[in-house]
Write a protein that binds this ligand. Structure first.
Ligand SMILES: [Zn+2]
Length: 286
């Protein structure tokens, strides 16, 4: 599913490909994408230009001229694609529709056409994602209402001290705590598995038992995992490859394959209801 690195990759695509372009047509094929939107249609965007894109946790915020902003959450299976007039395509998020296939796909629910011929395709085979159009002045309050914790990566990323304070209040498995968006924003299943593997921590360890050197290792490992994901354009795309690149992913999705650290087989289990990959040798229970 689109996790923070995929959404960051989408943000970069929007900023790079769409900034300063003027919107000339809108085809919204699935109106329920706009459920909960302060402005009930996208029509006010016609004739406006994209001024930039930002991200908070897994919410993509596209800013438009004259004070409107479009928030998007891609949930389990959202995908964003931008095609230039010369056919060059940039894609991030879920691997369906096939990034090299024909667009629009039957799961493409929104097409935005810009006056230079560039087209944005927003697709979502599961239809859990949403769009909300609002005044730019209202964006901060809307994001605040989600109760996100600090970011896991970037200039205002969580510090080791903040992470320790947040984990100290929880006796639940550390994996489950890290998936809580109120503790660290934007960490999903893949990146938590990768961070715990790198930090040599068993996913079922009580969150409040991770202190001292282990806490510092975990903090470093969270930033490392998210940065590798962003570098590689998001793990959804990574997963289409047979093997890891630059040591990532080291554990997730690699059941039975050799651990990149010790060579032992990666195991799959369940922690907090989620499929979880670990190296039993590098990540002992106690
Ligand atoms: Zn190992």
């Amino acid at each position: 599913m689109p996790e923070l690195p995929e959404v960051e990759t989408m943000r970069r695509i929007v900023e790079r490909e769409l900034t300063d372009l003027r919107l000339s047509s809108i085809q919204l094929r699935l109106p329920k994408l706009l459920r909960g939107s302060p402005l009930p249609t996208l029509d006010p965007l016609l004739g406006r230009t994209v001024t930039g894109a930002r991200r908070r946790a897994k919410v993509l915020v596209t800013d438009w001229s004259d004070g409107l902003s479009l928030l998007a959450h891609f949930k389990l299976a959202g995908q964003l694609a931008v095609e230039r007039p010369d056919g060059r395509r940039s894609v991030a998020g879920h691997p369906v529709p096939n990034p090299s296939g024909v667009y629009p796909h039957k799961a493409t629910h929104l097409l935005l056409e810009f006056d230079d011929g560039t087209t944005l395709f927003h697709s979502d085979i599961r239809q859990f994602g949403w769009l909300r159009l609002m005044e730019t002045d209202d964006v901060e309050a809307a994001l605040e209402a989600f109760g996100f914790g600090p970011e896991g990566v970037g200039s205002d990323a969580i510090t080791a001290g903040q992470l320790g304070q947040r984990l100290a209040r929880r006796r639940i498995p550390v994996k489950q705590a890290l998936l809580d968006q109120g503790i660290v924003a934007g960490l999903g299943n893949i990146y938590v598995d990768e961070a715990l593997h790198r930090a040599n921590l068993h996913p079922a360890r009580p969150a409040n038992s991770v202190v001292g050197g282990e806490l510092n290792r975990l903090h470093e490992a969270i930033g490392w995992a998210l940065e590798r994901g962003i570098e590689q354009g998001g793990a959804t795309i990574v997963h289409q490859r047979a093997h890891p690149r630059d040591g990532f992913p080291a554990a997730h999705g690699r059941e039975g394959e050799p651990c990149l650290a010790c060579g032992g087989p990666i195991a799959k289990t369940r922690v907090g209801g989620r499929g979880t990959y670990l190296c039993p040798n590098c990540q002992p229970v106690a």
